[in-house]
Design a protein around this ligand. Structure first.
Ligand SMILES: [Zn+2]
Length: 421
């Protein structure tokens, strides 16, 4: 066996070398109720057996409760103030441009994945969408590919030739439950063939944006997940499950979307073009949420008093919390240089838009469900192993998933869970 260090330090935290293959799964948009309901319906038999002998906790994700900030938090072990990724894009005052943050150049911290790979670990990452792949794979000498583009992999770029052939499934559509199933199928095949020391799997919330917890399509999705988790467990892996954010209906009692059109509100108060609303959920894949989430940041023209705007916005019906930049960045551990002058967060069933003409809801074939706010901060944090050293009252974050899996999980009692059932 190759020599390796006993532990690896990254971003001020130390992680023990994995004794068993360690899998961290980020189930996109997995509001805690999805798994509670699926277990109650008998759709997750493996999880139902694993949890009583493992760890079943809740954790807080990062606000804005969006996909990229949280995935990067999970793999760096820290908040966006550390790693810099606080949304899909930000407004660069110097250039006057809105800048996409998909490029790894915007990532300011090392990842746990890259650090372990440098220390000699076998590391693999599979994401659903390609937009996350390059960020998660920054500096990583290992395997990293997306389900979306699994037909384009090369050893030079992704650490693996022909990922599609390895998985043995057809290339999935980017808007489908299959995209996430492909991620799990790939994870199981990688575990069977190369047995990585660390494996990170990240799905997409296509199903959660459409279907509420306990609905038949949601339970079917979680039944699929359960079958793959059982196979990872059967390989002797430590399996940690968490989510990037929760998910809520953003509608009134009639199923109509509840939207604050913030650019229009500000233009009405200030006159046009004196404030710029940035919705960091906006990305090239907006069909299932129309670029509507519960978090916005506002850039103000010089001379406008941010405190006054905070007071005005706080009084809007449907707003949960509005803060000036410095206070908001302190509270949510965000990078000040990538946030506007004001941070605005809507209530549980309300989203923030810019102007009606800039949100195409024509692609929605179900009542709007979305995320981004404090109301989607609660996520599961579960392991198939016990974590007896973890205080029951400890406030947990989703970005402690690697810490729990590597530093707190104890060896499985024999026989392994999956074989006992
Ligand atoms: Zn997400």
């Amino acid at each position: 066996m190759a020599q390796h260090p006993a532990a690896v330090s990254v971003n001020g935290r130390t992680y023990a070398w994995p004794q068993d293959p360690t899998v961290v799964v980020c189930i996109d948009g997995s509001e805690p109720d999805y798994m509670i309901q699926a277990v109650a319906a008998g759709a997750m038999p493996w999880l139902a057996r694993a949890l009583p002998q493992g760890t079943d906790r809740l954790a807080d994700c990062v606000v804005p409760s969006f996909t990229n900030p949280n995935n990067l938090s999970i793999v760096t072990g820290g908040p966006p103030a550390l790693h810099g990724i606080c949304g899909n894009y930000f407004f660069d005052r110097a250039s006057g441009q809105e800048v996409m943050m998909n490029d790894p150049a915007y990532l300011r911290a090392d990842t746990i994945l890259a650090a372990f790979a440098r220390a000699g670990a076998k590391v693999a990452v599979v994401t659903a969408k390609d937009k996350l792949r390059r960020l998660l794979g920054k500096g990583l000498a290992g395997i990293c590919f997306s389900a979306e583009k699994a037909d384009e992999t090369s050893r030079a770029e992704h650490g693996i030739d022909d990922a599609l052939g390895l998985v043995g499934r057809p290339l999935p559509s980017v808007y489908s439950a299959d995209l996430s199933e492909f991620v799990f199928a790939a994870g199981v095949r990688l575990m069977e063939t190369m047995r990585p020391d660390l494996l990170y799997l990240s799905t997409t919330d296509y199903v959660q944006h459409k279907h509420a917890p306990g609905s038949a399509p949601a339970n079917d999705f979680y039944r699929m997940i359960d079958s793959y988790l059982a196979r990872l467990d059967a390989q002797g892996a430590v399996v940690a499950l968490t989510a990037d954010h929760g998910m809520n209906a953003k509608t009134d009692g009639e199923g109509r979307p509840q939207i604050i059109f913030l650019q229009d509100v500000l233009d009405g108060w200030l006159g046009p073009k004196r404030a710029r609303v940035i919705l960091p959920i906006t990305d090239p894949y907006v069909v299932h949420h129309g670029a509507l989430g519960s978090f916005a940041t506002v850039y103000l023209e010089d001379g406008i008093d941010a405190g006054e705007i905070v007071d005005l916005l706080s009084g809007l019906r449907g707003m949960e919390l509005v803060l000036p930049r410095a206070e908001g960045c302190r509270r949510f551990e965000l990078p000040e240089d990538r946030m506007g002058d004001v941070i605005a967060i809507a209530r549980r069933h309300v989203v923030i838009g810019t102007s009606p003409s800039r949100h195409d809801l024509g692609g929605l074939d179900a009542p709007l469900r979305s995320h981004g706010g404090i109301s989607e901060q609660r996520v599961p944090l579960m392991l198939n192993r016990r974590t007896p050293g973890l205080p029951a009252e400890a406030k947990l974050r989703n970005f402690s998933a690697f810490d729990l899996a590597l530093n707190h999980a104890v060896a499985a009692a024999a026989p392994a869970l999956s074989r006992a059932g």
